[in-house]
Ligand binder design. Sequence first.
Ligand SMILES: [Zn+2]
Length: 338
Amino acid sequence: MNKRILSFILSVVMIVTLIPAVAFAQTDSTENNDQDEIEQSILEELKDQDQPSEEKIISQVTLTCASNVKSTQGGTIEGMQPGQTTSFVTLANGETREFAITPGKGFRISKVIVNGKSIGIVNKVSLTGNGEAQSIYVKFKKQGLFIMLDAGHAGHYNRGIIRKYWESKMTWKLTNYLKKELESYGIVCGMTKKSQKHDPGVYERGLKAKGYDLFISIHSNYSDARGTDYPLAIVSSKHKKKLYKKAQPLGKKLVKTIRSTMKTRQRYQVWVKRQNDGRDWYGVIRGSAAVNVPGIILEHSFHSNRSKCRWLLKNKNLRKMAAAEAKTIAEHYGYGKQ
Ligand SMILES: [Zn+2]
């Protein structure tokens, strides 16, 4: 075959092969154009839909609470669930809503920041939905005295010399009376137990004092010697000197009060007890010390003593005791009746 014929055949083959390729390429590009147009029109349609419904654009408001004790105690912003630190509220565009700020008991509002700007101490913030995310941040500060109360034991625990007496029943009653009395001075009280039967571990009870100013655990004592009759305070040890310095003087005042109220035969006592590692021996005090809170265990004489057991069985006496102890505590911290 000569070169001319060969090149002719090759040209024909190439043309035959290329034609459909070009044709396909054209088809492809046409389809692409169509696609673009369709997409474009969808976008335009979307735009059209967006415009008249602009009022529907919603803005989200983030409500944030902070406090230096427990986020659940600091206070609330209207629209915020108690116990939460952050909440979201949705406002329609143009909708105006007022958010009331309510400090919790023993707290005050210390800072209000709206959309990143501090606006001073206010108890109401008004926001209008503008399609953008907005925020209200409130900081609460403690301004009162906070005491965590612990009713010793739970259920039926530590029977007295008089069979119907249970230490665990007395402590629940006395602690509740004490809470009421302390609150009448404007002192904020927490309880380590949710109910009489609730029985958290001793160390855990102490830990619950976190953020509080004082921890008190209420008990009555036992001795094999029936005549034993004295009140006892076990206070935070010098393991953390600051805690001892705070707990010891008040513990001493409280046992004096218990002695004069119950008229015990023997003198009051104040103890500290430490483990080998230096930390407090009693779990509740060790727990409160772990969260840097001074702790006091109060033993209301002995339920192994018949006359004292009888005394502790009477609600009237427990009320009297609660009032006397609350007065001692309030005076110690310089609080007057409200
Ligand atoms: Zn006890």
